[in-house]
Design a protein around this ligand. Structure first.
Ligand code: B12
Length: 483
């Protein structure tokens, strides 16, 4: 459902006399695929920040456009309902955001726009097109334009051009804003907060200087930039909505800029705020003093991409960095000593990884005393080194991507989108993955631990119960159904 202009609390009202003539623009976050079922948990995690940034930017710089945002997954919008919404709001431009796993949903949205509003111009943006700009040309029946990377200025410029009858180029490169403080904050009034598990998400930075082999982030964010602590603080203050409010930082690597994080923490104190927050970072980007200050400032949950319990695999294959297992144990213990919940991500089935090395990952998972664990198999997304390796070995190419997007390989992602696990017995990997999940999540202490967290964050309770039932029935994670 797209909320009518009048439904939206806090939506900017246009001060100009021509307010009624604003051209309608619709930005859509498609589901991975349309299935007509209940919203999937991985689509309900947090609002689509990129689209909310884009909408806020357009509204802040022009009064000629009324931008709406539709997050299809959390809203449970069917294709038919999308058609009705298009017919009633008549956007002259529809912008679709897509990571690679959303390409089927993105095409379905675009084809529905073609059918309902043949004159509307359709843009594609987000992680996929940033790494595969040719996708727009190859799917010209669905998309008219693509913008790679960060799109605030280029999207606004394109809207202005189109409104005056001059079409922009088919593919444009986004321009990374140098000063992130100059961007307006994401306009969250455009989505319904109640639909999300972590409604108050925000970023301190854009970009990441590391090159983990599975990550496609550098394709969208060419350079690392940080906001000032003052700017982040005022966004946090607006988001907290109460003394015990909670926010979730969505940065790739939250603690990249140590002095900035320390400054943010001391400012939180100075302003007598009592937020609780979570973030994700790297093992080699935390130290005792930093962790202590973060905890004092309300950080109660930290996530680490550890990926492997074997130093060779982590350093030489995954390109995670040159630190030891001892460093991993030390960093996690530092956070636990401060009373933080620690979650970690692991990747199994990497090239050249042996069974013994996989055993080391399993052993590390049980020794670390974590609060949450996510395990994946390597999925080659364009823009990552993993994709280049899979392409070299003939596992994936642009034709595969196109056939995936057109559902010619099948419908959905699991068992459809290629994985890259050379030299591994796929069934054995899946068995190992299920074993890790069962051992980790079906422990009595884990139930107590989750109960404690759910009392604190009640909106997670139902999801935790569903995940446990899923685990008992299917042996995997509801959050990562496509491994
Ligand atoms: C936070 C995050 C999540 C969160 C929340 C996502 C959300 N609701 O936005 C969660 C944890 C749910 C998540 C899940 C997944 N994620 Co994620 N995620 C990220 C992360 C770290 C930050 C995204 C973000 O908010 N950036 C900040 C905003 C401002 O940037 P942005 O969204 O990219 O938007 C800008 C541009 O892309 C562009 N743009 C975006 N949309 C549009 C649309 C139009 C029309 C235009 C013109 C421009 C445009 O303009 C925006 C403003 O400048 C990125 C890494 C990264 N740095 O991008 C990975 C990333 C996007 N995720 C990724 C992946 C793979 C996933 C999962 C598939 C992982 C998994 N195996 O389960 C799932 C899929 C979930 C789903 N929705 O289907 C990959 C995508 C790679 C690819 N080619 O597809 C990334 C790049 C990380 C990586 N490892 O490579 N993710």
């Amino acid at each position: 459902m797209v909320r009518a202009e009048t439904d939206r609390p806090g939506v900017r009202t246009n001060p100009s006399p021509g307010a009624g003539e604003r051209r309608s623009v619709l930005l859509v976050n498609p589901p991975a695929w349309f299935s007509g079922g209940a919203p999937r948990v991985f689509e309900r995690e947090s609002p689509p920040l990129g689209l909310l940034y884009l909408a806020a930017y357009v509204h802040a710089h022009s009064d000629r456009f009324a931008v709406r945002v539709l997050d299809v997954g959390p809203e449970g919008t069917s294709l038919e309902a999308l058609g009705r919404c298009l017919a009633s709001t008549k956007p002259f431009v529809v912008g679709v955001s897509a990571m690679t796993i959303q390409l089927q949903g993105a095409r379905d949205v675009a084809m529905k726009v073609r059918e309902t509003l043949p004159k509307a111009r359709i843009f594609l943006g987000g992680a996929h097109v940033s790494a595969d700009p040719g996708f727009v040309e190859r799917h010209a029946e669905a998309f008219d334009h693509g913008i790679t990377g960060e799109a605030e200025t280029v999207l606004l410029d394109s809207l202005v051009r189109l409104a005056s009858g001059t079409p922009p180029p088919r593919i444009q490169q986004g321009q990374a804003p140098v000063d992130l403080d100059a961007l307006p904050v994401p306009d969250r009034s455009l989505v319904r907060q109640a639909r999300y598990l972590q409604p108050a998400s925000l970023v301190l930075s854009r970009g990441c200087p590391y090159h983990c082999y599975f990550c496609a982030s550098p394709a969208a964010f060419a350079r690392v930039r940080h906001r000032s602590s003052g700017s982040v603080l005022s966004e946090m203050e607006a988001l907290l909505g109460g003394p015990r409010g909670r926010v979730a930082f969505a940065d790739d690597t939250f603690t990249l800029n140590r002095p900035l994080v320390l400054d943010l923490c001391s400012e939180i104190h100075r302003r007598s705020l009592r937020p609780r927050w979570s973030c994700v970072t790297r093992i080699d980007r935390v130290d005792e003093e930093l962790v202590r200050q973060m905890r004092r400032a309300g950080c109660d949950t930290i996530g680490f991409g550890i990926e492997s319990g074997n130093e060779r695999v982590r350093r030489d294959v995954i390109r995670k960095g040159d630190y030891t297992n001892e460093d991993v144990y030390r960093a996690v213990a530092l956070c636990q000593a401060q009373g933080m919940r620690v979650n970690a991500f692991f990747l199994i089935g990497n090239p050249t990884e042996t069974d013994e090395e996989l055993d080391e990952t399993e052993a590390m998972i049980s020794r670390l005393g974590l609060n949450g664990v996510a395990v994946s198999l390597p999925i080659p997304f364009p823009g990552s080194a993993l994709y280049a390796m899979a392409e070299r070995d003939g596992v994936i190419d642009t034709d595969t991507l196109d056939r995936f997007a057109r559902k010619e390989l099948g419908w959905g992602v699991t068992g459809v989108y290629p994985l890259y696990t050379p030299g591994h017995d796929r069934e054995a990997l899946l068995r190992r993955m299920k074993r890790i999940f069962r051992r980790f999540y079906l422990r009595p202490t884990r139930f107590l631990d989750f109960l404690r967290r759910d009392l604190d964050q009640p909106r997670l309770l139902v999801e935790d119960i569903r995940s446990t039932l899923y685990l008992l029935r299917r042996g995997g994670s509801r959050k990562r159904p496509f491994v």
